[in-house]
Design a protein around this ligand. Structure first.
Ligand code: NAD
Length: 262
């Protein structure tokens, strides 16, 4: 299923936006939508070839796009991602803190290394990119907007999410605390909490032990009876990022086919 928008594009015209983890999945769909909406973009990812290819593709459509290769969990890389926006365009208006990994297993099968890795990328990486983004946004007269990728796993318990789930609670927590910290400076911090979304990561599940069964079970747990598409999450991110959400901060918006309403 793809979502076709009606109405003229342009809700991010003149906005400088950084999207982390933009090579694939939700980040990629967001970068593509933001480009159509007139954003000046910095797209970042740990995978050099794919992120440079995306930047080339978007540039060919007439969008202003800079690619930065780096790892969000590494302080200097996170700093470079944000600096690329101020160097290329002179400001930063929007950060989509999306980069993440999704390791799925129960607590008995989750190693200390696996815990540390997801906390470093999904947790510390989000903290670092938010930190440097807020530093840059404080230079703006009109503040800025941050959208973090939480998850239904960052709002409620699930099985086989012993490390990933807690890492997504970090996203929810950062969103709420940073929203309060910076509200007076008009820096809005919100999150989306997607249900299961058909991204590269989720497409790999049938190849993993227990993955197919997990996918079938989780699909049934979404009241709409299906999993979501990256473009459906991108639309919610666009709303929160744009001036249409000018009085929304500290919100965690479910994009989950009704999962959290149960
Ligand atoms: N797919 C889902 O069902 C789902 C549901 C809820 C939330 N989310 C969240 O959405 C975000 C994106 O997930 P996705 O499903 O699109 O994943 P994905 O694997 O399809 O894409 C993630 C992107 O992040 C990049 N990345 C990974 N580690 C990185 C690092 N250390 N530094 C920079 N880039 C890195 C990858 O290369 C990839 O391009 C994640 O934060 C995830 O937790 C996903």
């Amino acid at each position: 299923m793809t979502v076709e928008r009606s109405g003229p594009p342009g809700s991010l015209m003149g906005k400088v936006c950084v999207v982390t983890g933009a090579a694939f999945g939700i980040g990629r769909a967001t970068a593509e939508l933001f480009a159509r909406e007139g954003a000046q973009l910095v797209v970042t990812d740990i995978q050099a070839g794919p992120i440079e290819a995306l930047a080339g593709k978007l540039t060919a459509t007439g969008a202003a796009v800079v690619a930065v290769v780096g790892d969000v969990s590494v302080e200097d890389d996170a700093r470079r991602m944000i600096a690329a926006a101020t160097e290329a365009y002179g400001r930063l208006d929007v950060l989509v803190a999306n980069a993440g990994i999704i390791p799925l297993d129960d607590v008995l099968n989750t190693s200390v290394d696996a815990w540390d890795q997801v906390m470093a990328i999904d947790g510390r990486g989000m903290f670092l990119t938010c930190k440097f983004a807020i530093e840059a946004m404080l230079e703006n007269e009109n503040g800025g907007s941050i959208v973090c990728l939480s998850s239904i796993s960052g709002m409620a318990g699930q099985s086989r999410q012993a490390a990933y789930g807690p890492a997504k609670f970090v996203a929810t927590g950062l969103t709420k605390h940073l929203a309060i910290e910076w509200a007076a400076k008009n820096i809005r911090v919100n999150a989306v909490a997607p249900g299961t979304i058909r991204t590269e990561r989720v497409k790999q599940l049938p190849d993993e032990p227990g993955g197919q069964e997990y996918l079938e079970a989780i699909e049934k747990m979404h009241p709409m009876g299906r999993i979501g598409e990256p473009s459906e999450v991108a639309e919610a991110i666009l709303f929160l990022a744009s001036d249409a959400a000018s009085f929304v901060t500290g919100a965690v918006l479910p994009v989950d086919g009704g999962y959290l309403a149960q």
